[in-house]
Design a protein around this ligand. Sequence first.
Ligand SMILES: Cc1cc2nc3c(=O)[nH]c(=O)nc-3n(C[C@H](O)[C@H](O)[C@H](O)COP(=O)(O)O)c2cc1C
Length: 338
Amino acid sequence: MNPFIKDHFFIGKVKIPGRALLAPMAGITDMPFRLIAKKNGAALVVTEMVSAVALVKNNSRTFDLLSFDVCEHPISVQIFGAEPFIMAEAAKIVEDRGFDIIDINMGCPIKKVIKQGAGAALLKEIEKAKEIIAKVKKAVKIPLTVKIRSGWDKSSRNFLEIGYMAEQEGVDAVILHPRLKRDGFSGKARWEDISELKSRLSIPVIGNGDIKKGDDAKRMIETTNCDAVMIGRGSLGNPWIFKEVNAAITKERIPNPPSREQKGIILLKHLYLAVKFKGELRGVREMRKHMGWYSKGLAAGSNFRKLAHQVNTFLQAKALIIDFFHLKDEDSLGWAFE
Ligand SMILES: Cc1cc2nc3c(=O)[nH]c(=O)nc-3n(C[C@H](O)[C@H](O)[C@H](O)COP(=O)(O)O)c2cc1C
């Protein structure tokens, strides 16, 4: 155990029992995926971004995004919006639902969100961002975080200003994905921005961007001094990355990657949770993409992915997984469905 790496940290009063966190991903980080991430060592999980306007308008589909399991604590919910009063009202709604932390999205680059003046658009509107933070902070008791990018474009790389403003307004941690809005996902994340932000703030700084394996997380923590890492794409079809990261940053022996069969068992569990929580047709259809990700890099994967994109029932999906991942003894899989 590396004495310099603590095994927990705090966001406000909430204890986060590790340093590997799951990033919010729209259409992906639903309850089944979060439960799988948690079981594999994620110390904090976050919902996908949830529209504050839709919550305040009582949109039932949006409320579905707020379902979570007690095993997920501590759990954060990410909200997005542009109107301070509506964001404050949405914050009260999610606090009443029992979430432990609220995160404000200030980094989403997609048009639909930017057009409303939300997400990364707030990086250009620091006064508006400040008002949103102040109103949300006043409305709720649970800790508040903001997830930002480094800035809108090269001429407005203002993460230090935004981070400082957030800290002054009482935000409890800042998550930085160090790309510009302009960059989308291209190029390499500029981890040096994380170092710089960390050196200027007293609240925890969570680094995010391009962590694909345990060693990347260790390097990010060692080179930037960030308090924790947040992992998005690196966890797709690869939720055991959290175990690898935990081992790498505590200098324990990094576990062997799971065998093909072990991957299949985790995927079956994921499938089961998806069907249980979403119903068969929706659950199975939403699992098609995950089946693709879990099969990445495995022999005969492309044929499996072709077939996975046609499954509609639990039994079809299960049979395909058992066959592809060489899960020979179906009876021994009972535990996967506990
Ligand atoms: C499919 C997808 C959906 C995402 N949805 C969200 C979101 O809802 N809220 C958010 O703050 N970031 C979202 N992100 C950004 C990630 O949280 C993260 O900042 C980004 O992917 C960089 O981290 P990574 O390199 O570990 O993936 C999304 C990213 C992807 C790939």
